[in-house]
Design a protein around this ligand. Structure first.
Ligand code: PEP
Ligand code: MG
Length: 918
C-alpha cells in the first residue's frame, strides 16, 4: 500500500500542562522554544507558562532556501496552534470584545543575546483596544501597550526588515522615542508611567501619522498582518548584519537558522500588582547558592533591560548599592515571590545547573517566560561546580566539565574591576599575552621602570618590543605593553612565566620615544607618568587608573575541591617551565608534577645576574679554549647553585634542565662602560673586543649558532653544565633529599648531535660518580624535538634519547616559516581575514605542526616503546592544545607556573572527552 507522506511538522504547541516538544529538541525548537516546552509540558514541572507555539528552525531554513517563502502547510499549522492558545487563554486573536495579544520572539539553538528581534502586544488595533480596555479595566495600560507595539513594529518590521535606510541615520524608533521624551520633558515627568491616558491617546495618533509620513506606509490594523509581519521580521533578523557578525565571532553556522516563538502576552505593566523581572537560581557573580534577581513593578521586560529605571532586588540577598533603598519583591508580593522561589528551586533540580529565568507577574499571578542555563564568571563557575557536586546534584565528570579551563585565569590573577571596565571605553587593543588586570604609570624604558619602582611608583612599561636587557624593568613593572611582537615574543613569554599582565603587538598605538609619549589610533595622547589600566586577558588598554579585584586561591575551598576531582580524573601529567626556586615553589603549589623546562640561560637575566653574566660574557669573548675554560670554571659555581636551589624545591620530581640554547651574541653587552670593563678583564683593546662582538653577528640568529650547535662547537660549555647538574644532584642526594634531573639537548636535528653530546655526558658522569664516591646518580638523557627534521627522524633520535620534549615554539616557527619574534607584523591580519583560524604560536596547529608532533611521538615510540614524551612550548598552557597532546598520547605537558591549573583542568577535560577519565 502506498504510504501517504505526512506533512512535516513546523509548529510545536506548548501550554496548559502539555507540550509537543521538550528540552532535548533545541536544534529544532531553538533554546528558548525547547525550554518553554520543557517548563510547560514536562510532568515534573508543568509550570505556569503562557501558552504559545514555536515555528521551528526548519521554517527558517525553508524560508531562506525558497526566496523568503514559507512552507504551504505552515499557515494551517499556525492557525491550529493559535486556536489552542485561544482556547487555553479563553480569548480570541483579533476579537473586538476579548482579544488575545501575542508576542513574537526569536530563539536560536545557541543564545545570541540582543542580536535578533522581538515584537510585543501584537493584535492591538483601533477596535481590539476597546476589548482590552474592557477586559483589563485599564485604558492607560491599553494605550501604553499600543504605543509600544507601534514603535516596535515600525522599527523591527517596517523599517529594518523592510530594508529602509533611516534618513540621516536616525531610525524610526528614535524619531518616536523623541516624541515621547518631548512630552515627558514638557510636563516635567520622570517616568513613562507618568503619562496620562489622554496624553497616551494623542501619542498613539501622532505615532501612526509619523510612521506613515516617515516610512511611507501605514501601521497595519489587521492582527494577522501584524503577526506574519513580525514572524518575517524575526526570520530576516537572522541574516541581519549584527546577527551575522555575532555568529562569525561565536562560530555559529548560518545554516542553523532561528526558531520563532509566538506566545500569549501576559502583562507586567497592569498596575502596581504587576511586575516583571530576571533572576538566577544562584548568584552568577560569585556562585553562592542563593536566589538572586531583579524586578520592576508595573513594567514590561524591555524596561528591565533598557535600564531606564533602577531595578529593585527580589530579596534581601540581591540588594546592591544602587538598589538598597528599594523594596524587595519578597516584601511587596510575598505570595508570588514564594511561588517564584519554589519554581526556581525545582527548575535547578530539574536541569541540574544554574538557571537564568525571566518572569512576569500579572495582577498577582506569576508566569514563567523563559529559563536557560545561566552565564557565569570563572569564580562563580568553580563555586557552583564544587557545590553542586557536594550537594550530589551532579557527578564528578559533570562538575569538571562545568568549568572551562580558561575560566580559572580569573581565580589566579587580579582583574580590573568589572563594573568600572564596563563603563569605560578602551583606547587600544593588542594581543592578550599575559592575563589579568594591572594599572600603573607609563614609563618607556627599562631603566625608568626600575628607578620609578624604587621610588614606590607602580609603573607600566611601554615599549616597541622587549629584549633580555629589559628584564629587570619588566620585572619591576605592573604590566608590559608592546606595540610589536606576537604571543611568543620575548615580552609575552617572560610576562606569562611570571603571571604578569602583558599586551603585545598593540599596533593601535605609536610610541614617540624622544618625547616619551605615545598616541593611540583613537587620538588619545599619553605621556610619561600618565595612568593606564590594562586587561591582559582581553588585550585591552584603558586610560586612567581602575580598581583591581584580588582573589586568594588558598582560601578558595571550592577550587581545592574541584582540583581534587580533576586530579583523580586526568591521566596526562602537568609540569612547569621554571628556573628559580620561587617559580618552582609557586608551580608546586598550583599542582605541578615536575619541571619540564629549566632554561639555564635565565640566570643571566634580571636581578642578581650581574656576576654570572659578566663571566658568561668573558667566556663568549674568549678566543682560546684555555681562556674559555677559565671563565667557565668561574661560572660553574653559579650554574651549580642555580640548578641545585631549584631542584631541591622540586623534592625529587623530575627536573628537565636544558643545555644552553640562545645564540651567544644575545648576551653581548652594548653599552660602552660594560665593554670597557670586559676589555680590561680580558686584557684586550676595546677595538679588538668590538671586532669579536661583530664577528658574532648573524643574519638569521634563530637559525644560527644556537642550541646543540654551541655544544658541538664548544664542548667545554656542555661539560661545565653537565658537571654542575651531576654535582648538584649528588649533593642533594647525599644530604638525604631527593633529586631527579633530566638533561635535555636543544635544537637538535640529527642523532649524531645527540651522540656527540652523550659522549661528554658519559665522561662527566663517571668523573662525578668517582669524585662524589657514588655508584650511580639517577638521570635521563633526552632531547627537544623542535626542528621538523628531528620529528621526521624521531625513530633515529629515540635510539639515543630517553625522552623527547617537543619545543612547539620553534617547531611552529620552523614549520610555518614564521619568525616567532616578528609575527606581530602580519598575524593579526591573517586572523582577521581568517587566513588562519588561530594564532599558531598560542594554539597548536593540529593539522600541520600537530601532525609532526604525532608522527614524532609514534616514530620515537616505535624505537623505544617506553619513550617519555612531553611538550614544553607555550602550547603546554593552552587548553585546546593540551587536549590534543593528551590524544597524541604524551606523558606530560609543561607550562608557565600560572598556567598549571589551566593545564590540569584541560587534561581532565581531555580524559573525560576521550572516555578515559576515571
Ligand atoms: C620551544 O621552542 O618550544 C621551547 C620551549 O624553547 P624556547 O622557547 O626556549 O626556544
Ligand atoms: Mg626552542
Amino acid at each position: 500500500m502506498a504510504q501517504i507522506k505526512k506533512a512535516a511538522k513546523y509548529v510545536y504547541y506548548f501550554g496548559g500542562g502539555k507540550a509537543d516538544g521538550n528540552e532535548s529538541m533545541k536544534n529544532l525548537l531553538g533554546g528558548k522554544g525547547a525550554n518553554l516546552a520543557e517548563m510547560a509540558g514536562h510532568p515534573k514541572l508543568r509550570l505556569p507558562v503562557p501558552p504559545g507555539f514555536t515555528l521551528t528552525t526548519e521554517v527558517c531554513t525553508y524560508y531562506y532556501n525558497n526566496k523568503k517563502k514559507y512552507p504551504a502547510v505552515l499557515d494551517a499549522q499556525l492557525k491550529k496552534a493559535l486556536a489552542a492558545v485561544e482556547k487555553e487563554m479563553g480569548k480570541k486573536f483579533g476579537d473586538v470584545n476579548n482579544p488575545l495579544l501575542v508576542s513574537v520572539r526569536s530563539g536560536a539553538r545557541k543564545s545570541m543575546p540582543g542580536m535578533m528581534e522581538t515584537v510585543l502586544d501584537i493584535g492591538l488595533n483601533e477596535k481590539t483596544i476597546e476589548g482590552v480596555i474592557n477586559q483589563s479595566g485599564d485604558a492607560r495600560f491599553a494605550y501604553d501597550a499600543y504605543r509600544r507595539l507601534i514603535m516596535m513594529y515600525a522599527d523591527v518590521v517596517m523599517e529594518k526588515a523592510g530594508g529602509i535606510e533611516p534618513k540621516g541615520g536616525k531610525g524610526i524608533r528614535k524619531v518616536l522615542d523623541e516624541k515621547l521624551e518631548k512630552i515627558k520633558h514638557k510636563k516635567g515627568y520622570k517616568f513613562d508611567t507618568d503619562l496620562t491616558i489622554n496624553e497616551l491617546k494623542a501619542l498613539v495618533k501622532d505615532f501612526k501619522a509619523t510612521v506613515l509620513k516617515v516610512l511611507g506606509k501605514p501601521f497595519p490594523d489587521d492582527p494577522y498582518e501584524q503577526l506574519w509581519g513580525s514572524i518575517g521580521a524575526v526570520f530576516s533578523s537572522w541574516m541581519g548584519k549584527r546577527a551575522c557578525e555575532y555568529r562569525r565571532i561565536e562560530k555559529i553556522p548560518d545554516e542553523w537558522g532561528t526558531a520563532v516563538n509566538v506566545q500569549a502576552m501576559v502583562f507586567g505593566n497592569m498596575g502596581d500588582s504587576s511586575a516583571t523581572g530576571v533572576a538566577f537560581t544562584r548568584n552568577p557573580g560569585n556562585g553562592e547558592n542563593k536566589f538572586y534577581g531583579e524586578y520592576l513593578v508595573n513594567a514590561q521586560g524591555e524596561d528591565v533591560v533598557a535600564g531606564i529605571r533602577t531595578p529593585a532586588p527580589v530579596n534581601e540577598y540581591s540588594k546592591n548599592d544602587q538598589s538598597r533603598h528599594l523594596p524587595t519583591l519578597e516584601f511587596i508580593m510575598p505570595v508570588a515571590y514564594k511561588q517564584l522561589f519554589d519554581i526556581q528551586r525545582r527548575l535547578e533540580k530539574h536541569y541540574k545547573d544554574m538557571q537564568d529565568i525571566e518572569f512576569t507577574i500579572e495582577k498577582g499571578t506569576l508566569f514563567m517566560l523563559q529559563c536557560r542555563i545561566g552565564k557565569r564568571n570563572g569564580v562563580a563557575a568553580v563555586k557552583m561546580a564544587s557545590d553542586m557536586y557536594n550537594e550530589k546534584l551532579i557527578d564528578a565528570k559533570t562538575a569538571i566539565k562545568r568549568v572551562a579551563p580558561n575560566q580559572l585565569v580569573e581565580l589566579l590573577l587580579p582583574m580590573l574591576d568589572p563594573k568600572e571596565q564596563a563603563a569605560t571605553k578602551a583606547i587600544a587593543k593588542g594581543l592578550p599575552a599575559g592575563p589579568g588586570g594591572a594599572k600603573g604609570r607609563v614609563v618607556f624604558t627599562s631603566n625608568d621602570a626600575v628607578e620609578w619602582a624604587a621610588k614606590g611608583e607602580k609603573v607600566i612599561l611601554v615599549r616597541e618590543e622587549t629584549s633580555p636587557e629589559d628584564v629587570d624593568g619588566m620585572h619591576k613593572s605592573q604590566a608590559i605593553l608592546t606595540t610589536k611582537g606576537g604571543m611568543t615574543s620575548h615580552a609575552a613569554l617572560v610576562a606569562r612565566g611570571w603571571g604578569k599582565c602583558c599586551i603585545v603587538g598593540c599596533a593601535d598605538i605609536e610610541i614617540h620615544i624622544e618625547t616619551k609619549s605615545f598616541k593611540a589610533n583613537d587620538g588619545t595622547f599619553i605621556k610619561e607618568g600618565d595612568w593606564l589600566s590594562l586587561d591582559g586577558t582581553k588585550g585591552l588598554v584603558y586610560l586612567g587608573s581602575m580598581g583591581l579585584v584580588d582573589i586568594d586561591l588558598d582560601k578558595n575551598l571550592a577550587y581545592k575541591n574541584l582540583m581534587k576531582l580533576v586530579n583523580k580524573t586526568r591521566t596526562l601529567k602537568v609540569r612547569t617551565n621554571a628556573e628559580t626556586p620561587e617559580d618552582a615553589a609557586h608551580a608546586m603549589k598550583f599542582g605541578a608534577e615536575g619541571i619540564g623546562l629549566f632554561r639555564t640561560e635565565h640566570m643571566f637575566y634580571g636581578e642578581g645576574s650581574e656576576q654570572p653574566l659578566f663571566l658568561l660574557r668573558k667566556m663568549i669573548m674568549s678566543k682560546t679554549e684555555p681562556e674559555r675554560r677559565k671563565a667557565l670554571n668561574d661560572l660553574f659555581v653559579f650554574v651549580k647553585k642555580d640548578i641545585k636551589d631549584t631542584m631541591e624545591v622540586m623534592k625529587g620530581y623530575p627536573v628537565t634542565i636544558r643545555l644552553l640554547d640562545p645564540p651567544l651574541h644575545e648576551f653581548v653587552p652594548h653599552d660602552v662602560s660594560k665593554l670597557q670593563e670586559l676589555s680590561k678583564e680580558l686584557g684586550i683593546s676595546l677595538s679588538m673586543l668590538r671586532r669579536r662582538v661583530l664577528a658574532l653577528h648573524e643574519n638569521n640568529p634563530m637559525l644560527g649558532h644556537r642550541g646543540v650547535r654551541l655544544g658541538v662547537s664548544y664542548p667545554e660549555i656542555t661539560e661545565m653544565q653537565v658537571r654542575a647538574i651531576f654535582e648538584a644532584t649528588a649533593e642533594i642526594l647525599k644530604s638525604g633529599k631527593k633529586a631527579f634531573p633530566e638533561i635535555m639537548v636543544p635544537v637538535t636535528c640529527i642523532e649524531n648531535e645527540l651522540i656527540h653530546q652523550k659522549i661528554i655526558v658519559d665522561r662527566v658522569y663517571k668523573e662525578v660518580c668517582d669524585s662524589k664516591k657514588m655508584k650511580k646518580i639517577p638521570y635521563l638523557y633526552g632531547t627537544m624535538i623542535e626542528i621538523p627534521r628531528a620529528a621526521i627522524k624521531a625513530d633515529k633520535m629515540a635510539e639515543i634519547a630517553d625522552f623527547f620534549s617537543f619545543g612547539t615554539n620553534d617547531l611552529t616557527q620552523m614549520s610555518f616559516g614564521f619568525s616567532r619574534d616578528d609575527v606581530g607584523g602580519f598575524l593579526p591580519k591573517y586572523m582577521d581575514l581568517k587566513v588562519l583560524p588561530d594564532d599558531p604560536f598560542q594554539t597548536i596547529d593540529q593539522d600541520g605542526v600537530g601532525e609532526l608532533v604525532k608522527l614524532g611521538t609514534d616514530r620515537g615510540r616505535k624505537t623505544k616503546p617506553n619513550l617519555k614524551v612531553g611538550i614544553c612550548g607555550e602550547h603546554g598552557g593552552d587548553a585546546e592544545s593540551v587536549k590534543f597532546f593528551h590524544r597524541v598520547g604524551m606523558n606530560y605537558v609543561s607550562c608557565s607556573p600560572f598556567r598549571v591549573p589551566i593545564a590540569l583542568l584541560a587534561a581532565a577535560h581531555a580524559a573525560i572527552e576521550s572516555g578515559k577519565g576515571k
